[in-house]
Every structure is written in C-alpha cells, then in structure tokens.
Design a binder for this molecule. Structure first.
Ligand SMILES: [Zn+2]
Length: 1125
C-alpha cells in the first residue's frame, strides 16, 4: 500500500520500526473522503479517472464496420429466413429508424485489425436506441441487446474467438423500434417515434479497468450501506480512498496495483478462490440465494408479438452468459413464452433444452402465464397450472415444484389448494411489499388457504424480483428478513426484466465480490453470505431442513390482499367481459362435448380446438392484460383472442348440440308454431325462468309492446319445456302511482321515485330492504388516483360522489310474466340506458326463494377519470360481507376498525357479493364485473372507470352488462345465492325443433352424471380426460367443490355408463387413489353410486374411466397429442 506521507529520514539515521520521534501532522480523515469516492468513476472527472481507461481502442469507419439494412414493411415481423432473402441498402451510424413498432434488419460485416490479436476481448457495440437481437448468418439467435442510456443498457456482443482469428465477422441484427418499456413508458405510446442508431462500433475493452470498477464500487457501496459504527464500513472507506491514491491517470499498470489494494477487503487472490467455488457452485453455502431471473411481462406497454422477441433476446443472452459465469443459474417462468420460443426460434429452444438438462436454465413457475389471481375463475386457475405443467413435462420431463408469481395484484385464498393439487409445494412472490398501508409481517411462512391447504411461501426481503445486485439489496436480504428467529435464508432474484435481457455481467461481477466481502472477518452479521448455483426448489428444501419441515414458521391464513391496484378489478370492462363470457362458454362447450361423446361413438371430442381456446383465454389472464393495465394495442390483440374463444366455443357447442338435439336450432325472429324447448347447462339444478323469444312464436304467454315475447320455461334436468301459466304463477305488475313507479309480484315490491330506488319490500317476510331516507341506484365518483392511473383507485374517491337518477323512467312491459321499467340518463358526454326487470317467478326453485330485480344496462361511456357504480343501502347489519371467489367465498369486513380492514375499501368478487344478518340477506349479482365494496350497510358494484394511462382511450365506447339484486331468507350460508348467480351467468338457451323430440339424446334429456345429497357441493366442470386423445382411453373428468365452508358427503350418481374404474385424481389428472363404486340395476337402468367426502371449500377431481367403444378405437391412431407444436 502506498504511504500517505513519506517521512524524510535524516542522513545516517537507522530506520527504526517504530521511531523515537514523529514530526508529522498526519490527520484523521475528514468526512469529505466519503464524497471523494464519487470522483473515481464517471462524473465530472470522467476524462481523467478510471472511466477514461475503459476502452483500449474503438473503430467505426466503413473499412472496419460495414452496415446495410432492410426495413420490414409496416409492423410486420418477418422470420430470419424471410429477412435474409431481402435486398439490403447501405446505412451508417446516426441514421434514424422508425416509426414505432417497426423491425429493421441489419447485415453486418466486421473487419478486425490484426494488431488487436493480443487483447483479451473484442466487442461489437450496437446501440439502436431500442431493442435488438444478434443472429448468426445461419439464423441462430445468439444475443439480445438493449439500447439507450438507462441502467439496463446492454449494447455489447463479444466477438467469438474463431471470428477474431479469421479477422472477419458476419452476422445479422434485428433491431426493433421500441424500448424496454414500450415507446413512452407509462404514457400512451407515440406511434410515430424514430430511433437513432447511436453506435455500431468495434471496441476493445480494458478488462482489468472494468474489473477494478466493480472492486471499487463494491467497497464504495459497502461503505455507504453499513452503519457508521461498523469496522468493515470504515475499512472499506479507507481502502477505497487508498485505491484512488494509487491510481495514476491513464496508467493501466496502476490499475493492477489498485486491484491489489482492493484485496485487503476482498481477500488475497479472491478471484481465484471464488472462481474455484463457482465451478462447484451448487455446493456453496450461504444465506442469500442468488438465482437469475427476467420478469417478462407477456404484454403490457407492448403487445404479445414484441414479448415473443423479448423472450428470445433475453434467453439467448442468458445462455451466452452461462459459459463465462459457471455459477450463474437462470430461472424463467410462463409456459406460453417457452411455447412461442419453441415455435419461432427452434434453434434457440434446442440450446435452452440442453441448458435445462444440465440445470443452469431453470423453467419454473408452473403456470401458463403469470396470471392475475383476482379475477380468473377457479377452473381457469386450474387450467393455468394444467396447461403450464403439462407443457413443462412434455418438453423438459419434469413438473415445477415452485409456483412463481412475483408480480400480480392480489392472491386468491384458493391458491394454496390449487397449487398443491397441481404439484407445487412452494410459492414465491413479493408484490405485497408494494402495499400502500400495511407492512406484511412475514418473509417466510406457511400460507394457509380457504380449505386449510398450506404452501411454503417466501416473499423475498430484498423486496424486488429484478435486483441489480447492489450492496443495498444484498444487505436487505438479511436486514429485511422478518423471520430471522427461525431462518435467515432468503432468495435474491437478480436480472433486468422485460426488455432488459435478465442478469448482466456487472450483476454477476457484483455478486462475486459480494461473496468475497461476505467472507471478510468483520462481515459477520452485516453482510449475508451469498449462495450461487442453486435453484428455487433447493432453496425451499433448505428452508424445510432448517425449520423442521416448516413447522417452526408462522402461518398466514386466507387471502393475500394487495393494498394497491384496486382499480384493476374494473378497468377495461370489455376485457373483464371477454374473460367471464369465455370461461362460461368453454365450461358449457366442454360439458356439451363430453355429453355428445357419451351419446355417440362417432362423435370426436374436439380436444385440440378446446386447447386452442383455453390457451387464448389463459394468455389474456396475464397480469397486465385482464387487469386492464396495458396500452390500448394489447386490447386489440386480446379482443381478437376472445373472439376466437367465442368462435371455437360456438362451433364446439353447435357440433355437440347436433348430436344431442338433432334437427333443432336456436330460435330466431319470425319463427312460430314450432316446438320450443330450452337447454339447461347446470346439471342437477331445476329451473323455472321467464325467457325472451321472438314475439311471433306461437307459444308466447306475454307479448310485449316492444315486439318481444315471453315464455315461462321449466327445466327439471337438462331439458326445459314451456310451462303454461296457471294459478301457481302470480303476475307481475308495473304501475305509476303519483310520482312513483311501482313494480311488484306476489312477494316483492320495488318503488322508484325520482329515478332512485326508495323501497324494496319483501311482503312474505314483511321486510323493507332500503333504509328510511336512503336510496339505491347509480353513483358516480371523481377518480383521480395519486399514481398508477389504470391500476389504482384511492380511498378518497369515496369522498367525492354524486348520486345519479335513472332518468326518463317509463313502463315498457307490465306483466304478467315480466315487468320492465325503461330508463335513460345523460351525464356529461355519456348516455346510460338501464332496463329494470322483475319476473313473476322467483329466481330459483328453492322453497322460499324470492325474485330478483334485474338491471340490463347499455352505456355509451365518454367520461374521463370517473368511476360509475351501482349502490344499494340495506337494512342489514353485519360485520362481514361475503364475496364470490374461486371455488368458494371470501369474507371481508364492512367496518374500518384497523388499518387492515380499512385498506379493503374496494375488493374483488366474482359473480356475487352478499350482505346477510340473522334471518335475511341480499346479494348483488353480476354477469361480467369484478369490483365490489361494502361500506357499513351500503354495498356497491363497480361498473366502469376511465383512466387515461397507459391507454388514453380506456373504456371509451359502448358497454352492455347486467346485474341484479337478489334478496333471500336466512344468512348467506342458508341461501342459494351461488346457484342463482350461476344461473344468472348461464341462461338457458331456447331452441326449436320440428320433430317431436324423439331424436334428442337420452343424456340430454336426463343428465347421466349428477351429484346428490349435499346442496353445498357444486359440480363445476365436466370434461374429457386430458390424455384421452394420446392414449386412447375414454375418461370423464368431474371437478367438484364445496361452496360454503362446511363438510359434506354427497353421492355422485352415474347412470348407464360402462364404467371401468373411478379414480380420485389431482388437478393434473394424475391418479391419487381408486374410488369404490356401488352399482345397482333397477328397471333396466344401472346406477353407480360413488360416496364422496368434502371438507369446507375442498376441491375434488374424479376421473371416470369408461369402456372405449368400437368407433372410437377405429378413429384413434391418427390423432396426435396437443403437445405437438
Ligand atoms: Zn409484471
């Protein structure tokens, strides 16, 4: 180390180890030394400090770098083969390319000077201001590049040794006119932006200077992060200052000396030591587990097509890094992105497979995409895992053990059960660190779901999933750990997400130094030892080992409610509707197709079509698509996918109905005198409903002024018939009495005055639902969130609200079957038309069921930053309200006692929410909405928002949706609200046929599969087995769940089916155990009884294997598995 002051020795004096005399001033360092450390890299002294030594040479003239370009037309994204065939024209640095979202192919020839042979490394630096990918001349994508000047800048590509030897290198670069965060980050994108080619240079980096930069930065950051009173902090300050003293302007020799000085902290010959360890990385010990990651949003500020490029760029870059950093492990999620890579970049996919086999590239996460977890139905969440795990298994030979979902806006309380039943024992996330109000109390814990299933959960104390590996993050991995009493292990997910290409060489260099400094004798208790080379699965195994199989860890029960982004339950209404309608249609399509395959041997179950539809639906559940938080472009893509789901669903239904109901068709205008029947797709749910049919149909019981006709349809099982009006049906009447419009049937009377619902009176219970002086109706609120426009709604929106009146109310229909009040209202530039409907019959056939009051709304929405809701004050007092969630219900407070209660001022519910007290309750149902709130005795359903970022036109246009008030006797647990909400979302379909219905398949007349003896267990899904096509079996898969939170022992009844065996299976349809069947034959019909047992909110999947019939056997052989791309 250089001496600060050279003492002048007097002639002839003997050099003593500790001289007698000392004439120096020799001060302690003043605080300004800390500031001095900022001068060593970049900044004001960049011309003379270490940064001036970064490059030994640089060439950009045409004799060294020859560039030509072909611009793909429009927003097209041609393949390499197509691009290669085109004619290229010469170009140069400084040229602009555009507009936004276009792709430009560069043909590049590099001539490498002979005199560069001795250098350690030669790089090509290509900065197109946007994103790019390097291809070999054979079309192999080998490296991604991210231009611009952010921290995520990655513009170098190392010239391979073979090309250096040859003196020439040829390759192609596909440059795309978008940045990491789309075009304009969170602002709506400027569609006409141009991108400058900033750099296309052949450069020689000084690797020793580059390494010194990371040495110095590590000391500097450690000094900044550690408390003032720690020895290591002060040693780092001292040594970093010494490095600056030893450094000589422009001298590479001094750089080597500086690195030697750094060894005082990092350890003598530390690089060798760490390098040795890196080769046997997985055996390292440590508390902070570094696993590389790249969070690629499947669509957000860019469309799906750009994500396909982002994945390929990022993943090829990671494969390139693995050779130079053997300790590096990279984890990637989302089967959909793997599938895109497999389809579009097969050579890259082949290299990924090799790396997966050796364990350095780690597919994880288990699901199809990183989905939103608030809004998808229970069955859709199941399919996220089913499609994800089956893909991983088919391609890589394993299923994921760790469910990874770092960035979603709240976590359903059924996730622990669903993830466990899909093969995952572990869960990683971190988004709750964003909570606006409450600090989540655990880092590592058992998350216990609605049914008491648990999953070992880690929310990294680092508080991000894209660490830059700075000392701040390394330290927080220890200091932020909330469960240190039992474990101090934590995960560090490092890497730039989205277009940043994942982990970078600087991150890996920083991690190597963090490992070295962690071994310093003074580091104990200050800096965690960093562990490299492991996997997430191994991390969780280590936690289990340390915590007696997690028994030492605390539990958290129920949903992980995210205290932010509450607007995402409502933003982009059409996407929510596409999701709900798609989920319901696919349920009905699978059900009908399964029945058709039972009814007819030649019928072919359309597995491939259904797979395609499910993949589209699952893709659109990505956590910036379904929540409505992306740019406008992605919703054009999503609408197309939803249209495809509808098209496939309709085709599947039609072909199945052709088998089940031959010769019949959906009713249309102008048809009369034909035989009308209805299809009930809720197995085991008898229904009695008023249905609208063409006015001319001969059977209508009420012919409305609007030209519509109404019939009463009764369905005992799968098939409904028109029921004649008799004395059992009390008519509904609508009357104008004074200023009031009154609509009533035998039990329910609604009064509307000045456009507000002032009374809903239940005559049978002698109960008034609306409190004196209050009214129900539409309400509009100013919606100016402090940040995250599309995502957030802040609590203060409730403080600025205006009650709206249903305007121009008039009587449209006045019974006897249906009463309709038409209303229309203009507000600002918008119009809101709502029909308020009451039927003569109750909403269900439960003995004491009431009617519902239905609202069919058509809104032309032109407001900005306004929140439209429907609200209903009720004479009901309860501490909690009940909300429909995946496979069950979730209870949330109506009061605001604690900060945790207070944060739940806007929550997610699916088809209904309910407020009940002893004896009575009221539910609000909906057909495509997800936002609810219950404030005291007022329940609100969120209808429409209008944020302007990142989509300037979000929700502008026409919306049609329905909701309803459903009063019921008893508490929620005593009610049939879930069944009524299901029926509300799955109306019967009216069909007609010429025939006398002899042709209708017996399975359509009477469902062969029913669940009896427990009204709290719902048969949700009926489908064919996933492996039926591949292995030629004939299986029916039934998914059931307990709805209310109690035990149940239903009997599954299977009629006239040639049963081979019945198994309990998991969500991946893998057998758990066989189930006993009791068969009885009576009057020629064989009934198989299967006794099942449920705990509250339990999900059970049963596979019924049938004898395959001859036609099926013949057909088999040609059909391939869905896994073929
Ligand atoms: Zn994300």
């Amino acid at each position: 180390m250089a001496a600060r002051n050279s003492p002048a020795q007097s002639d002839g004096a003997k050099k003593e180890r500790y001289p007698q005399l000392n004439h120096e001033a020799r001060p302690r360092h003043l605080g300004s030394v800390e500031g001095r450390l900022n001068q060593f890299i970049g900044g004001h002294y960049a011309g003379v400090n270490l940064s001036a030594l970064h490059f030994a040479d640089r060439k950009d003239d045409p004799s060294h770098v020859s560039l030509s370009v072909w611009s793909a037309p429009g927003r097209s994204k041609p393949s390499f083969a197509e691009a290669k065939r085109q004619t290229y024209k010469a170009t140069k640095k400084g040229e602009q390319f555009g507009p936004s979202w276009t792709n430009h192919w560069f043909k590049i020839a590099l001539h490498i000077p002979k005199e560069w042979e001795g250098y350690e490394r030669v790089q090509f630096e290509f900065d197109c201001s946007g994103e790019a990918m390097v291809f070999t001349t054979d079309g192999d994508p080998i490296h991604g590049l991210t231009g611009g000047w952010g921290e995520d800048r990655r513009v170098e590509f190392i010239i391979p040794p073979s090309a250096r030897k040859a003196g020439v290198a040829h390759f192609y670069i596909e440059a795309s006119c978008n940045g990491m965060f789309g075009i304009d980050n969170m602002a709506p994108p400027d569609q006409n932006r141009y991108y400058k080619l900033n750099s296309a240079d052949l450069v020689v980096p000084n690797m020793e200077a580059w390494h010194l930069m990371w040495d110095f930065q590590t000391l500097h950051q450690t000094m900044r992060e550690l408390p003032d009173d720690t020895p290591l902090r002060n040693r780092c300050l001292h040594v970093a200052n010494e490095i600056m003293n030893v450094f000589q302007e422009g001298s590479l020799e001094s750089v080597t000396k500086c690195r030697k000085v750094a060894e005082e902290i990092l350890g003598e010959a530390w690089e060798k030591e760490i390098g040795k360890e890196s080769k046997k990385a997985a055996k390292e010990r440590g508390a902070l587990w570094g696993v590389g990651h790249c969070h690629i949003d499947t669509a957000w500020l860019w469309p799906f097509s750009v994500t396909q490029q982002k994945s390929a760029r990022s993943w090829s870059t990671q494969i390139d890094l693995m050779d130079r950093y053997p300790e590096h492990r990279f984890s990637a999620t989302q089967a959909q992105q793997f599938k895109w890579t497999e389809q579009l970049y097969p050579s890259l996919f082949a290299r990924i497979k090799e790396r997966v086999a050796e364990g350095s590239f780690q597919p994880t996460g288990a699901t199809w995409v990183e989905m939103d977890c608030n809004m998808p139905s229970g069955e859709a969440l199941v399919r996220q895992f089913l499609y994800g795990q089956r893909y991983y298994h088919s391609r890589f030979g394993f299923k994921c053990k760790t469910f990874v979902l770092p960035d979603t806006f709240g976590y359903s309380s059924q996730l622990p059960q669903i993830a466990r039943l899909a093969g995952c024992d572990n869960f990683f996330t971190q988004k709750l660190s964003w909570n606006n109000d409450n600090d989540f109390p655990n880092s590592t814990f058992n998350w216990v779901g609605l049914d008491s299933s648990q999953i070992l959960t880690h929310m990294t104390p680092v508080n991000n999933y894209n660490s830059q590996c700075n000392m701040e993050d390394i330290r927080r991995g220890m200091t932020g750990n909330k469960n240190m009493e039992v474990t101090s292990q934590a995960l560090l997910l490092y890497g730039n997400g989205d277009g940043g290409g994942g982990p970078t060489p600087p991150m890996l260099e920083k991690l190597r130094r963090a490992r070295a400094i962690g071994k310093h004798p003074s580091a104990g208790g200050q800096i965690p030892l960093v562990h490299m080379g492991g996997s997430m699965d191994e991390f969780y195994a280590a936690i289990r080992d340390e915590t007696k199989d997690a028994r030492l860890l605390p539990n958290w029960r129920g949903e992980l409610y995210a205290e932010f982004h509450r607007g995402t339950y409502t933003t982009h209404a059409s996407i929510k509707k596409g999701n709900r309608k798609g989920e319901i249609l696919l349920r009905e399509a699978e059900h009908a197709a399964t029945m058709a395959s039972i009814a007819s041997a030649p019928y072919h179950y359309p597995q491939k079509k259904l797979d395609a539809a499910w993949e589209d639906l699952l893709l659109c559940q990505f956590h910036d698509v379904l929540p409505g938080s992306g740019i406008g472009m992605i919703y054009e893509d999503a609408e197309e996918r939803y249209a495809n789901v509808q098209k496939i669903g309709a085709e599947v239904l039609k072909s199945a109905y052709d088998v089940l109901y031959p010769g019949s068709k959906a009713i249309e205008e102008g048809i009369s005198g034909m035989d009308l029947f209805a299809i009930n797709t809720l197995p085991g749910v008898p229904r009695l409903e008023v249905m609208e049919v063409a006015g001319k149909a001969g059977v209508v019981a009420q012919r409305g002024a609007s030209g519509k006709g109404y019939v009463l349809v009764q369905a005992q099982d799968g098939l409904g018939n028109v029921k004649a009006l008799d004395g059992s049906v009390q008519g509904v009447k609508v009357q104008q009495i004074g200023e009031s419009l009154i609509m009533s049937n035998g039990t329910l009377k609604m009064e509307m005055k000045e456009g507000r619902i002032v009374s809903v009176y239940d005559a049978q219970a002698d109960k008034e639902i609306i409190p004196e002086g209050q009214s129900g109706g539409l309400v509009i609120m100013e919606d100016h969130p402090n940040a995250w426009d599309a995502w957030d709604v802040d609590q203060f929106h409730l403080e600025k609200q205006t009650h709206l009146s249903f305007g121009s109310a008039s009587i449209v229909e006045s019974g006897p079957l249906r009463g309709v009040i038409g209303t229309s209202l203009r507000i600002g530039q918008s119009s809101i038309e709502v029909q308020i409907i009451m039927d003569a019959v109750p909403a269900s056939l439960k003995a004491d069921a009431r009617s519902m009051i239905r609202f069919d709304a058509v809104v032309d929405w032109r407001e900005k930053h306004k929140f439209l809701k429907f609200e209903l004050p009720m004479t009901i007092s309860a501490e909690n309200a009940t909300y429909d969630t995946q496979f069950g219900v979730v209870s949330r407070p109506t009061h605001r006692n604690t900060s945790w209660d207070n944060a739940k001022f806007e929550v997610c519910g699916h088809k209904f929410a309910d407020l009940s007290e002893y004896g009575y309750g009221v539910a609000i149902l909906n057909d495509c909405k997800y936002g609810y709130a219950t404030e005291g005795n007022v329940m609100r359903l969120s209808l429409l928002r209008a944020p302007t970022e990142p989509d300037a036109n979000c929700d502008m246009g026409t919306h049609a949706f329905s909701f309803a008030i459903y009063p019921h006797k008893g508490t929620f647990a005593e009610s049939d609200v879930p069944i009524v909400a299901a029926a509300f979302n799955m109306p019967m379909q009216c069909n007609i046929s010429d025939a006398d219905r002899q042709d209708i398949a017996s399975v359509a007349k009477r469902p062969p599969i029913t669940l009896e003896g427990a009204p709290n267990v719902i048969l949700e899904t009926i489908k064919r087995g996933e492996d039926d096509e591949a292995d030629g079996t004939f299986c029916i898969v039934l998914r059931m769940f307990e709805q209310y939170g109690g035990h149940a022992r239903p009997t599954l009844k299977l009629r006239d089916l040639a049963i081979k065996k019945i198994q309990l299976v998991n969500l991946l349809e893998e057998p758990v155990h066989e189930i006993e069947v009791k068969s009885t034959t009576f009057a020629g019909e064989t009934v198989h009884d299967v006794q099942l047992c449920f705990r509250g909110f339990e999900i059970k999947t049963v596979r019924v294997c049938l004898e395959r019939r001859r036609k099926e056997k013949e057909r088999r052989g040609s059909s391939g598995s869905w896994v073929k791309v």
